[in-house]
Design a protein around this ligand. Structure first.
Ligand SMILES: Nc1ncnc2c1ncn2[C@@H]1O[C@H](COP(=O)(O)OP(=O)(O)OP(=O)(O)O)[C@@H](O)[C@H]1O
Ligand SMILES: [Mg+2]
Length: 450
């Protein structure tokens, strides 16, 4: 029974991880979706638990539910998931094409969002179902030792414990702890989940004790927005609704959808949104900074996996395809990004009308499909005075596979919180990107004046 990890860590171990994501409202939650993508999920749904729409995820007995249909985890995988830090045995090769690599995302990301993560995972290959618990609640409530890395596994077919890894007492203990932390997550509920997953692989993370007041500047609060217009019973869950470019008012579409949003401190009116709050995020008050739905819509460049939020599909956007007067730019830096790969890095630059309308422009940097830096101008020293143009440069950078954060393989490496890059040749890349951007702005300016 792999339940001993908690005995070797200090009480505040999890609290120390919390800060990693507090610069960005939804950065913590994003880590869970990144993990689902790494598990080859074709669909991730973010919902409330229990399911009846209307359940407020901030209620102490409710939770956020992040479920995927990815490859799931067996007992060993679950134990590794709960562990803090990457497994050295996982070589560079296995990290290629994966978003994760540091071995902290799940832990830091969940705990930045909530005090407890309950993980259920079904693994068809091994025909097992596992339950795992990571909870900082004992520490936050009573300064007691947190629950780190408790995992129990049973057979998918017989519901008997997997004797090689789990004792009956071990499983009972975990299930009791979970029910104590969240009385809705009863044994029966978990059994129900297992039944629904019979013959399938997939993973559900329940985030319990969702933080309403994340430690953000200005103490902004989240608000759960649920079917603002009195519900829409006729809509099927699989149908994309709103937000698609070209289907009317872009921002309004997103605003009408169930969402998790940030409000300015003390704001009771939902319309007094984050973008009207002057603060540290001044430079990037894009919808994705205060609306989870807007962020999820841009998170994966390839638009896979598909994402559903509170029962309605997220309109996932391919910004590069939405650019008008688009130009391909070569950001070739002669980088050696790995054997057999093309070292040329190309981007698309063009006008993006919805961004223009919001006065947003800059570089949208993806790293192997995942958004890492949005509307970036400052870091490329692109002067702010021409923002109104709505110029976007969209580029998908290859990920460095080197363990080193610096010059060794001259690749790009997302920071451990996936909110920016470390890269070799950063200066050169910056200069090149800035030059391409400004050249396009000049051209667009000249075109407009004609
Ligand atoms: N939804 C999931 N489905 C399958 N496996 C998962 C899922 N979430 C996490 N895992 C497993 O748990 C491991 C640990 O996840 P975690 O996010 O903490 O680290 P990581 O993704 O390896 O690296 P990073 O810190 O860069 O995110 C992953 O490597 C993966 O094997
Ligand atoms: Mg991860």
């Amino acid at each position: 029974m792999a339940a001993a990890a908690s005995s070797i860590v200090g009480n505040n171990i999890l609290s120390r991880l919390l800060d990693r994501h507090n610069r960005w409202p939804f950065g913590g939650l994003a880590e869970l979706l990144h993990n689902s993508a790494d598990a080859d999920a074709s669909l991730v749904s973010v919902g409330t638990f229990p399911t009846p729409v209307g359940a407020d995820p901030f209620h102490p007995h409710f939770a956020l539910d992040i479920s995927d249909d990815g490859k799931g985890m067996d007992h060993g995988d679950m134990v590794r998931m709960m562990r803090i830090g990457a497994d050295e045995s996982i070589g560079r090769k296995d990290k290629r094409g994966k978003i994760g690599g540091y071995g902290v995302g799940f832990k830091a990301g969940s705990l930045a969002t909530a005090h407890t993560a309950v993980v259920l995972s079904s693994c068809l290959e091994k025909r097992t179902v596992s339950v795992g618990l990571l909870s900082n609640e004992p520490y936050e409530e009573r300064h007691e030792r947190p629950h780190v890395g408790l995992v129990a596994t049973q057979s998918m077919d017989t519901a008997m414990v997997d004797e090689e890894t789990t004792t009956v007492e071990g499983r009972d203990r975990i299930l009791d702890l979970i029910a104590k932390i969240n009385p809705c997550l009863t044994r029966e509920r978990i059994a129900l989940w297992s039944g629904q997953m019979h013959g399938k692989s997939g993973t559900t993370v329940y985030l319990c004790g969702v933080r309403r007041n994340p430690d953000l500047p200005g103490r902004m609060i989240y608000e759960f927005v649920n079917e603002r217009n009195g519900g829409d019973g006729g809509r099927s869950a699989g149908e994309p609704v709103g937000g698609e470019y070209g289907r009317g008012d872009d921002d309004k579409d997103v605003a009408d959808m169930p969402d998790l949003r940030l409000l300015a401190p003390g704001a009771s009116d939902r319309d007094m949104m984050f973008d009207e709050f002057p603060g540290r995020y001044d430079d990037q008050n894009a919808p994705m900074d205060y609306s989870l739905r807007a962020y999820l819509g841009l998170m994966f460049k390839s638009r896979t996996p598909k994402i559903r939020l509170f029962g309605a599909d997220v309109a996932q956007r391919d910004l590069a395809a939405e650019l008008v007067y688009r130009r391909r730019v070569d950001l070739d830096l002669d980088l050696d990004v790995g054997v057999g790969s093309d070292s040329a890095i190309r981007g698309d630059v063009g006008l993006h009308p919805p961004s223009e309308k919001r006065g947003l422009s800059g570089a949208m940097l993806y790293c192997e499909n995942v958004l890492v830096s949005s509307y970036a101008r400052q870091e490329f020293e692109i002067p702010p005075d021409e923002r109104r143009l709505g110029v976007l440069l969209v580029v998908d950078l290859p990920k460095s596979t080197s363990e080193s954060r610096t010059v060794h393989d001259r690749g790009f490496k997302p920071k451990d919180n996936k909110l920016g890059f470390d890269w070799a040749g950063k200066k050169r890349f910056r200069r090149k990107l800035r030059a391409e951007f400004l050249a396009y702005e000049d051209w667009a300016d000249a075109e407009r004046d004609r």
